[in-house]
Design a protein around this ligand. Structure first.
Ligand code: BGC
Ligand code: ZN
Length: 371
């Protein structure tokens, strides 16, 4: 069976012949892969900046953003059957009995760092004709979402970020009991970056009634800017507008959702927030950069403003459930914008080139004709 894999010893990414998976465990599900998304993480993997194969193996099957169709289920599988569309989650728990996060289904908060991630760290991914997964790590998707379901995993990153924000906001005494609607309605939110995660985060915040501005390096006339404007989001190009001027235009930044992976930008926006501002950091940055900046001023601003800076990675069970429900809302309310996030479909052999030189918004590998 064909798969796309990274071979660290040879520093190569290419097609490999991968063993056909079988349903052995009673709770296992055999899935035929339909589509796999390409993301920034894949670029890092193809450049061998991080990632590693499963213990004792020479290659890592790539691909962590997937949608597939159930082909066979084990006898103990209760809620999935042949023909169902499913999206798999990415991270798998560590095996440490003392890791309270992994032992309670919150491996996205793993304490030991010995978790695995399918297609990234120590576990094969989904860029393969068929894969086997435990039922509990698969999420059913309504058939109407077939075309856009590959966006569910990147959307889970935004969903988890949003939940962090809600939890943090409840630190304010007058919001302790506030419901999600009142925590978000009218909130002035700035999204940094107009990649897939940034755009999906903007959609999510817009859906929840925030006043959303995306601040990004693209031109104000770009396809991304137009897509965002079409759903009511303000787009401000960093090309012609300083961070201070942007903050001024927003009129008091209450929430920042960072999905740009640009440290200098993050630090200056962090200082430009309104009192009690919350900054959610999701973008990874290339290792090794060094910045010169006024740390005193930044930390003083953070103290004086009651600012919170929160990093977030990966996603929980509830984030997958919410992502699928929200994708359905996006697709219903903004069908054109949602579909236009997927900018290209490619064959398996094109994966590495697409991951290393990212163009478009979300490029995907289409496996539906294979296998
Ligand atoms: C994935 C996450 C993952 C992270 C770090 C991202 O691209 O969407 O699920 O946790 O990379 O490996
Ligand atoms: Zn990804």
């Amino acid at each position: 069976m064909k798969a796309v894999a990274a071979l660290p010893e040879r520093r190569e990414v290419g097609l490999v012949d991968h063993a056909e998976p079988r349903v052995v465990a009673p709770s296992a599900v055999l899935v035929r892969t339909l589509e796999v998304g390409v993301c920034g993480t894949d670029g890092e993997l193809c450049a061998f900046h991080f990632g590693f194969p499963p213990a004792g193996e020479s290659y890592l099957v790539l691909g962590h953003e997937a949608v597939g169709m159930v082909q066979e289920v084990g006898p103990a599988v209760r809620n999935l059957s042949e023909g169902d569309l499913v999206v798999p989650s990415v991270r798998r728990p560590c095996s440490d009995q003392d890791c309270v996060a992994c032992r309670t289904g919150s491996q996205d908060f793993c304490l030991t760092g010995r978790y695995t991630e399918r297609g990234i760290f120590g576990a094969h991914g989904f860029l393969v004709e068929r894969f086997v997964e435990e039922e509990k790590f698969l999420y059913r998707v309504p058939p109407a979402l077939r075309e856009v379901a590959v966006l569910a995993e990147p959307l889970t990153i935004a969903e988890k970020g949003l939940r962090q924000y809600l939890a943090i906001q409840r630190r304010l005494p007058w919001l302790r009991e506030a419901d999600e609607i009142s925590l978000l309605a009218g909130r002035r939110a700035v999204v940094l970056g107009a990649g897939p995660v940034g755009i999906l985060a903007a959609m999510l915040l817009q859906q929840r009634g925030c006043v959303v501005t995306v601040y990004s390096r693209e031109e104000a006339t770009s396809v991304r800017a137009e897509l965002l404007r079409a759903i009511g989001v303000t787009f401000l190009s960093a090309a012609g507008l300083s961070v201070e001027a942007m903050a001024e235009e927003v009129g008091g930044i209450e929430l920042v959702y960072e999905a740009a992976g640009a440290p200098a930008l993050s630090l200056s926006v962090l200082q430009a927030m309104a009192p009690n501002g919350v900054f959610i950091l999701t973008g990874a940055t290339g290792a090794g950069g060094r910045l010169e900046f006024g740390a005193d001023a930044l930390l003083n601003r953070m103290v004086g403003g009651n600012f919170v800076l929160a990093g977030t990675v990966n996603a929980s069970h509830v984030d997958f459930v919410n992502a699928i429900a929200d994708l359905d809302r996006f697709h219903r309310d903004w069908p054109r914008a949602t579909r236009s996030l997927i900018t290209g479909r490619h064959g398996m052999e094109e994966f590495a080139a697409r991951a290393l030189h990212r163009t478009g918004i979300k490029e995907i590998v289409d496996l539906s004709g294979d296998g």
